[in-house]
Design a binder for this molecule. Sequence first.
Ligand code: GCU
Length: 437
Amino acid sequence: MIAARWYVPMVVGALVMSTSDEAEAQKAKVNYSESEVKPYSLPDALVTEEGRSVTSAELWNRTRRPELMKIFASQVYGKTPTPPNPITPTYELISEDREALGGKAIRREVSIRFTDRPDGPHMDLLIFLPRSAAKDRPAPAFVGLNFAGNHAVSNDPGVRVSKAWMRDAPEGGVENHKATEASRGSKASRWAVERIVERGYALATAYYGDLDPDFDDGFQNGVQPLFYKAGQTKPEADEWGAIGAWAWGLSRALDYLETTPEVDAKKVAVMGHSRLGKTSLWAGAQDQRFALVISNNSGAGGAALSKRIFGETAAHLNTSFPHWFCTNFHQYSDHEEKLPVDQHELIALIAPRPVLVCSAEEDKWADPKGEFLAAKAAEPVYRLLGKDGLALDEWPKPAEDSLAKSTIGYRYRPGKHDVTASDWEAYMDFADAHLKK
Ligand code: GCU
């Protein structure tokens, strides 16, 4: 079933919603006032379920980290099921251009197939490599999912127009749920491709809908059915939703990068914006091969504290996007106080690896201050593991060049819910500080 909610998009705060979503969202009150934030208490990342204080890296790694992973997996995002038949992806090179972007980059498109059925799910990965990258000089890389197809990421005329299902956006060149040539480059402002290769990084990106189309279809499309046991028709209450499947895809992109000689797979940063920022955090927590994690404006269910109840809440998420989190997460709608974890612990699961949380001033729906507070509250785990925390004690004022480069990094810029050219400069400054040293 394709939920009717997507047919009449309207902009509500930061989000694209339909009339029915808007009605739902308005029914559920939104708090935008600091004075309305009620006292809340955050679970202590460094106390085990048995009540034991976690005072060593060993105890964190052996006991507490697995406990937290298990809670996020069973109560929030859903666990990645074990497929009945092992999935062994195959890679098909679709195109290569050694003179892409006016000779600045090498571009490849690779189809990653998850089954041997020609019509089975696959993910097309688009890769831009700096010309200087070579087997003996591999480039660090950014990997991230995109919202509108690989062809929308740049104006490069050689990239295949995605054939996957897409949400209609006539002004963005998507009609009858298919991207048209008019959508080429439609999201180029969010991907500073030329600057990325100029600064010596590779970029790998894939359309998130290749993994799971972003509508409530009862999990019939996308990769989930490959994981069903005999007779199963939808994920169990503690199994993944869309965010889990998107995060799984990011790890499959990393598998491929591990086979790419011009990429240094030990220096791959995973980046995501908004719902895909929630996804990059969850991917980074689960897959410790990601050397660095960036969350851009990820908000509720991402970097923002849930228990603060500011901007979007669990109830908003579960009503508007019932397919993102696992079914168990729905019990926390209007009951954030019952959540056994909060999002600072998701950030802590990335420790000791660098993580950068980016907020935008006008993005109140994502609770910028709650994103800062979660980043700050992850600090004890980073310190336990011998790292610095977040080099800010107070929530900073928004500034275009804002960037705390400590191992827990934070950026707060003016402007809207978006990814901008200056955001990319900040991601690369942060990556230079941590991956190039
Ligand atoms: C909506 C949603 C957010 C999400 C955002 C996005 O605003 O409510 O949770 O982050 O869409 O992905 O753009």
